[in-house]
Design a protein around this ligand. Structure first.
Ligand code: C2E
Ligand code: MG
Ligand code: MG
Ligand code: MG
Length: 299
């Protein structure tokens, strides 16, 4: 036992470990500082189109948090979001994400009107919500305040919550999701297929969208179990009257296979990478100019 303890104590002084701990603490404090003025701290949103697989037409966009750190450069959300969740800074950051996405939605709607583009092609916006936010007692009030402050139409906002978060405390989740639905927002289960939902619960949840996790989409054109699972989720969505979105479509063979399976909505690098708002606006504009007839409102 003494030997074990000695080893453990020795491990604490490994320089690599010391560096890792210092970096982690620095990240925590940088994130805390970033909540005061997220934009000046290098945080911004990238937006990735969600398209109709059959036509490539954009239906909505997912807002994805990005961080260009002053000294460390870009840091992936898979790295910093869990840190922000751990320290609680995801609460103010998540609120800022939602508010920013709502303002951008309103800006795009204004653009649509001024360009006289077909209102039917106006995108809605999906925003990722952390389990920590969902657990906050005043989360529903916060969402209502943000909608009111930004004038964003609730039915054009989708809140994405991962399956594992919803399943962690199903009864509490159910109550919060019901309250969110009364605001008029849409709800999506993110990374669906990875969180072991019980089917009876799924039926009770007031959700609108299932997002098929990238893990299943990856192997979809090879057949086998990934394809079978993707097919099962699509059938499930159809049975429950939910929309399904395939995540992470990277190549044409995946697109074709998903289309054959009856999947309608998808996002992935094949269609577009996530882009900052102004770049996505330019992307939208170039597509509207390339096929003006398709963008004209039917009168
Ligand atoms: P997610 O919500 O499932 O988002 C989809 C992820 O797949 C994004 O990664 C997106 O960039 C990536 N992706 C899209 N198409 C493709 C593709 O064709 N191939 C591949 N390989 N990847 C693709 P990203 O932006 O790195 O975000 C990772 C995760 O971080 C998100 O997964 C979400 O769980 C979390 N996240 C991002 N932004 C936020 C946020 O504002 N709040 C919270 N709470 N979590 C966020
Ligand atoms: Mg998501
Ligand atoms: Mg996902
Ligand atoms: Mg994911």
């Amino acid at each position: 036992e003494a030997k074990e303890a000695g080893k453990a104590r020795h491990a604490v002084f490994e320089p690599a470990m010391y560096t890792a701990i210092m970096q982690r603490l620095q990240l925590e404090s940088d994130l805390r500082a970033a909540t005061v003025a997220p934009e000046s701290a290098g945080l911004f949103l990238a937006y990735q189109p969600i398209v109709d697989l059959r036509t490539g037409q954009m239906r909505s966009v997912e807002a994805l948090l990005r961080w260009h750190h002053a000294t460390r450069g870009p840091i992936a959300p898979m790295v910093f979001v869990p840190v922000a969740e751990h320290t609680g800074t995801i609460i103010p950051l998540g609120n800022w994400v939602l508010e920013t996405a709502c303002r951008q939605l309103v800006a795009w709607r204004t653009l649509w009107w001024s360009e006289r583009w077909d209102p039917a092609s106006m995108p809605s916006v999906a925003v990722n919500i952390s389990g920590k936010q969902l657990q906050e007692p005043d989360f529903v009030t916060t969402v209502a305040d943000i909608l009111a402050r930004t004038n964003a139409p609730a039915h054009c906002i989708t809140l994405e919550i991962t399956e594992s978060v919803i399943m962690r405390d199903t009864e509490a989740s159910l109550q919060t999701l019901r309250a969110l639905k009364t605001l008029g927002v849409r709800l999506a289960i993110d990374d669906f297929g990875t969180g072991y939902s019980s089917l009876s619960y799924l039926q009770r949840f007031p959700v609108d969208v299932l997002k098929i996790d990238r893990a299943f989409v990856e192997g979809v054109s090879r057949g086998g179990s990934d394809a079978a699972l993707a097919r099962t989720i699509l059938t499930l969505g159809e049975t429950l009257g939910l929309q399904t979105v395939a995540e992470g479509v990277e190549d044409e063979s995946q697109r074709v296979q998903l289309e054959r399976m009856g999947c309608v909505l998808a996002q992935g690098y094949l269609f577009s990478r996530p882009k900052p708002a102004d770049e996505l606006t330019a992307w939208i504009r170039s597509r509207a100019e390339a096929s003006p007839d398709a963008w004209k409102a039917a009168v």
